[in-house]
Design a protein around this ligand. Structure first.
Ligand SMILES: [Zn+2]
Ligand SMILES: [Zn+2]
Length: 248
């Protein structure tokens, strides 16, 4: 696994104003060999990001970062928010756009955004996770994803709503998704933003990753999910040590 931060946003994401040149500079100063810019691509009308991404502006920003830091591997990517119901729109968007790393994520279910508490109103965990699994399997079988973003991001909310469901339980619930990740050679993201959002382990947890390894998973990548330059490579050193001890 090269020393790259695989999940960083630019002002082509509606929730980020940080110039990628600035993030690349921080990545270089912190000893990374490269950085990958994965901007949000959204289709659900409930999402503020719909229609925000601008391919021309994105390429200009990336060219700017590459020009300033020629020694750095500046990679292109998307954080594509997968929803089966927008499959046609997604395919149309991707037509003619080549990137180095396409990160698939599941941000929405029928009842809302997975990091909104109200999404879980009047739902059991089983009911929610069934829908999440269906969407995730649809993403993985679409063949578009190189990586799968922040596996148990929903845990930020589900830990409060369903306190009896632990992060390890999620592994058992999501068995089919894990199998599909492995079958389709999709890289499982170790997303360190969890560590700045109140959790003491990344998305997914270390025990989750131990199970994943035991079940034959070996494709992982690290991403900080930075929206600000200061978060680039956030707590990578300690996480890399853990990753090496699990995936040696
Ligand atoms: Zn995301
Ligand atoms: Zn992100």
């Amino acid at each position: 696994m090269p020393a790259i931060d695989w999940h960083v946003h630019t002002p082509c994401s509606c929730d980020c104003i940080t110039d990628p040149a600035e993030s690349t500079h921080v990545a270089m100063n912190r000893g990374l060999k490269g950085i990958c810019f994965t901007d949000h691509v959204d289709f659900d009308p409930r999402d503020d990001g719909v229609g925000f991404f601008n391919w021309k502006m994105y390429n200009e920003l990336i060219d700017g970062a590459r020009g300033k830091f020629p020694g750095m591997h500046v990679k292109t990517g998307f954080e594509l928010n997968w929803q089966e119901e927008f499959k046609k729109e997604i395919e149309a968007f991707l037509e003619g756009k080549q990137v180095d790393f396409l990160l698939g994520s599941v941000h929405w279910v029928s009842t809302g955004f997975i990091n909104d508490r109200t999404t879980y109103d009047d739902r059991t965990f089983d009911d929610f996770i069934d829908e999440w699994i269906k969407e995730s399997l649809s993403l993985l079988s679409s063949g578009i994803a190189d990586g799968f973003a922040h596996f148990d991001y929903f845990y930020l909310q589900t830990r409060h709503v369903y306190p009896s469901i632990s992060r390890e339980d999620i592994y058992d619930y999501a068995g089919e998704v894990i199998e599909s990740l492995i079958t389709h050679d999709v890289s499982l993201e170790i997303n360190t933003s969890a560590l700045r959002k109140g959790l003491d382990e990344p998305f997914p947890s270390w025990n989750f990753l131990r199970h994943f390894r035991k079940d034959g998973g070996n494709l992982v990548h690290l991403g900080s999910d930075s929206h600000e330059a200061r978060h680039v490579k956030f707590r990578f050193d300690e996480c890399l040590k853990m990753v090496k001890s699990i995936f040696h």
